[in-house]
Design a protein around this ligand. Structure first.
Ligand code: NDP
Length: 300
């Protein structure tokens, strides 16, 4: 079997289009413009790239983007004061604190100081609890993007065997909760899982979120399974010239595409969906804050 490619880049464009339509409606019908505030502490180059690209896409869909760049040695008190100010600002509907934070800042404390209704990353402990108990919450962007692609590909996920490899708070655990919410039979695998190849082989859906280049070989994948590759790993690519690198996922794409029914590529799969879902969460948060109808198909 040769897998069909789940084109996250194209799908993300349709999600952003839906967001833009809803933003335009909020403006036209209610004179409301959704706003997303992104807080970056320090000058981590990768984080700077993410923040720039988030800001650009936010304005492209017609929302306000507020960027707050703080010195690397910003005190916890000053960061918490900024978050309080954003919590109280009616023009701000979503707040994202770019992670990781410098070591002297307590990430849990900072994230849990965000108003849960504005927590568009879905990392606040209240949102974690709401998601785990199947209640309406802000859903973390990467797993939300994965779920949207899976629903779009399969229609119903009910009764399918899903294996999530990785148990992080930002990807693995919320992904498992979402799949369970859609009535999959869910297994969460991690570094201590025994006989991982056998576990993966039983899966109709495999979500790989590990951070190890191409660790899932093709022969772990069940015939016809759907593979969602969350991993982003940079490896040397001498075939492209001296010193060149390229991005690969956690799955051996070439081998897995010979066996899977459908697979996301890296790049161009889960990555673009993550930012699209951040925008979706912001417009959802804005609609909820104003007691208005939520956009259809942009949240769970
Ligand atoms: P973490 O490092 O927080 O978690 C990795 C998980 O993988 C852990 O639960 C770990 O298990 C598990 N693991 C490690 N080694 C193995 C192994 N040999 N077998 C099975 N499980 C293993 O990573 P994240 O969840 O933050 O990210 C995972 C990947 O997804 C990364 O490549 C990251 O860059 C990417 N990512 C991509 C995003 C996107 O937008 N596309 C967004 C977020 C992340 P244990 O708990 O036992 O240590």
């Amino acid at each position: 079997m040769t897998a069909s490619i789940i084109d996250g880049k194209a799908f993300a464009a349709t999600v952003r289009e839906k967001v833009a339509v809803h933003v335009a409606r909020l403006k036209a019908d209610h004179d409301i413009q959704p706003g997303l505030a992104v807080v970056l502490v320090g000058e981590d180059p990768a984080s700077q790239v993410y923040v720039r690209s988030k800001g650009k896409m936010t304005t492209e869909v017609g929302m306000n983007s507020y960027e707050h760049k703080l010195d690397v040695d910003t005190s916890e008190a000053d960061l918490l004061a900024l978050i309080t100010q954003l919590n109280n600002d009616p023009a701000v509907h979503g707040i994202l604190v770019q992670l990781p934070l410098p070591d002297h800042l307590n990430e849990d404390l900072v994230i849990n100081s965000i108003d849960p209704a504005k927590d568009v990353d879905g990392f606040h402990i209240s949102n974690v609890g709401l998601l785990a108990t199947g209640q309406k919450s802000m859903v973390p962007c990467t797993p939300l993007g994965c779920l949207m692609m899976l629903r779009n590909h399969h229609g119903s996920l009910s009764g399918l065997n899903a294996v999530v490899i990785g148990r992080s708070n930002i990807v693995g655990k919320p992904m498992a909760a979402l799949l369970l919410g859609d009535s999959c039979t869910v297994t969460i695998a991690h570094s201590r899982t025994k006989a991982l190849p056998d576990v993966v082989k039983r899966a109709d859906i495999v979500v790989a979120a590990v951070g190890r280049a191409e660790m899932v070989p093709g022969d772990w994948i069940k015939d016809g399974a759907t593979v969602i590759d969350v991993g982003i790993n940079r490896i040397d690519a001498p075939e492209r010239g001296e010193g060149k690198t390229r991005l690969v996922g956690d799955v051996d794409f070439a081998a897995a595409s010979q066996v899977a029914g459908a697979i996301t590529p890296v790049p161009g799969g889960v990555g673009p969906m993550t930012i699209a879902c951040l925008l979706a969460n912001t417009v959802t948060a804005c609609s909820r804050a104003n007691g208005l109808v939520e956009p259809e198909g942009l949240t769970v």
